[in-house]
Write a protein that binds this ligand. Structure first.
Ligand code: UPG
Length: 410
């Protein structure tokens, strides 16, 4: 296990975007938790939504006086192949779970659990990767309740994988899902906590004109003088980059000069990423207006989400989809699919449009609708900002999460 290095963060930084009552409630919850030491465990420090959340939650909790650590599992590709199959199985894609896979999973999770030395009062395990650690952790820390936070879309899981996770249910004291519809695992207590974006990070802070100009140059030959539609996603089959390509091709018939950006990274715990990136890049190689970009710095992702005319998130499954709120916060309307957490964020006809996940043609048509009317795009952008301000910023998520911690410790 290793601890990622983290930035300093102060709750005061959120005062401008958070009602005073919420800040007070947060301080009061933190006061209740001031004697507790909390451990978060997940399987990657970079590249992906869970790491993105923990990079903000952990330092702000420490600033609030809650002694909070984040440890990342040490594992190899064999383990991540297994856990990606589990992730895919929970989201509905069946690949048999073999005895060999289970043995790899057990060995790595046991080894990581043995490395936890400090005494914690509460353990928060994220996603399926650390579930195998829970038995040992429960033995070592018998008085520490275990919260399991599930970030995946559990709308239609494969039974075998649901059973795999459910086998750990009696080790979990409190399960946290990103939507009520996902609560398919019968833990003693369950809660729903919507994820959120952090408005003060490099990814989401305001950029001034000079910074935007620098980022425009960095993104050359992409031109923001012509129309741009963007998807920012890990290269992962659930994110459906091929569907977005199809939607772009359709929209381009009506929007002259339309460009498409497919920006993506590879999360450290996702072995499928490189292969899919290569397939997407090769599919796009003959079209100079499709820009497949990898490993962009956060400031560049920020500028890209801000400068694009439309953002697309045509996922086939999506636990929540931080990239949707990231774009909406920057006043960029989103064409998203009606799956998982996307409809919580995209209000059809107010800040973007929703389409069926298998309907690339409809996505293309909605991109066109947004390009037909500049005023509507601006109005949607203003609505988008307010929707995220009210629901999907870090202080709201923290209040919900600390509420779960207080309940788990009661
Ligand atoms: N990102 C980059 N650069 C890239 C690609 C992605 O910085 O090239 C970032 C992106 O800006 C965002 C994060 O990576 O901050 C991706 O998060 P998200 O869109 O939420 O997707 P996942 O990585 O798939 O995250 C998982 C779930 C997702 C959920 C999240 C937190 O699949 O649905 O919102 O966990 O619960």
């Amino acid at each position: 296990m290793h601890a990622p290095s983290l930035p300093d963060r102060s709750l005061d930084a959120y005062a401008a975007v958070t009602e005073r009552d919420r800040l007070e409630r947060l301080r009061s919850l933190a006061g209740t938790l001031s004697d507790a030491s909390v451990l978060h465990v997940n399987s990657t420090a970079t590249g992906g939504g869970v790491a993105e959340l923990l990079r903000s939650i952990v330092p702000v909790c420490n600033d609030l006086g809650i002694d909070t650590d984040w440890l990342v599992m040490d594992a190899d590709d064999d383990f991540f192949e297994v856990t990606k199959a589990i992730h895919n199985g929970l989201q509905g894609s069946a690949e048999p779970l073999t005895a060999e896979m289970e043995a790899i999973y057990r060995a790595v999770t046991d080894r990581n659990a043995a490395e936890v030395e400090k005494r914690y009062d509460l353990v928060v395990a994220h996603d399926p990767q650390p579930l195998g650690m829970l038995e040992r952790l429960a033995e070592r820390l018998p008085n520490a309740p275990i919260v399991w936070r599930c970030h995946v879309d559990l709308t239609d899981p494969v039974d075998e994988y649901l059973a795999f996770v459910s086998a750990y249910a009696d080790r979990i004291d409190h399960a946290v899902f990103s939507r009520a519809a996902y609560a398919a695992i019968d833990a003693p207590e369950t809660s729903v906590v919507y994820p959120s974006i952090d408005p003060v990070t490099e990814k989401n802070r305001a950029l001034d004109a000079a910074e935007l100009a620098t980022e425009r140059d960095r993104l050359d030959p992409l031109s923001f003088d012509a129309p741009v539609v963007t998807q920012v996603s890990r290269f992962d089959p659930w994110k459906d980059q091929f569907g977005t390509l199809e939607a772009y091709r359709r929209a381009r018939e009506t929007v002259p000069g339309l460009q498409l950006v497919l920006a993506g990274g590879m999360a450290g715990d996702d072995p499928e990423g490189l292969e899919l990136y290569e397939q997407v890049a090769s599919e796009a190689v003959d079209d100079p207006d499709v820009h497949v970009l990898t490993d962009l710095p956060d400031t560049t992702v920020n500028a890209l989400q801000r400068l694009s005319d439309v953002v697309v998130q045509k996922s086939l499954r999506e636990g929540f989809g931080l990239v949707v709120s990231e774009a909406l916060w920057k006043r960029t309307p989103v064409v998203g699919s009606t799956v998982g957490g996307i409809p919580l964020q995209v209000e059809d006809g107010r800040n973007g449009y929703l389409v069926e996940p298998d309907d690339a043609a409809a996505a293309g048509d909605r991109i066109v609708t947004l390009f037909e009317d500049d005023e509507r795009r601006t109005e949607f952008g203003a609505n988008a900002r307010e929707h995220v301000r009210e629901r999907f910023l870090l202080p709201r998520q923290l209040e919900d999460l600390l509420g779960v911690f207080v309940e788990a410790l009661e």
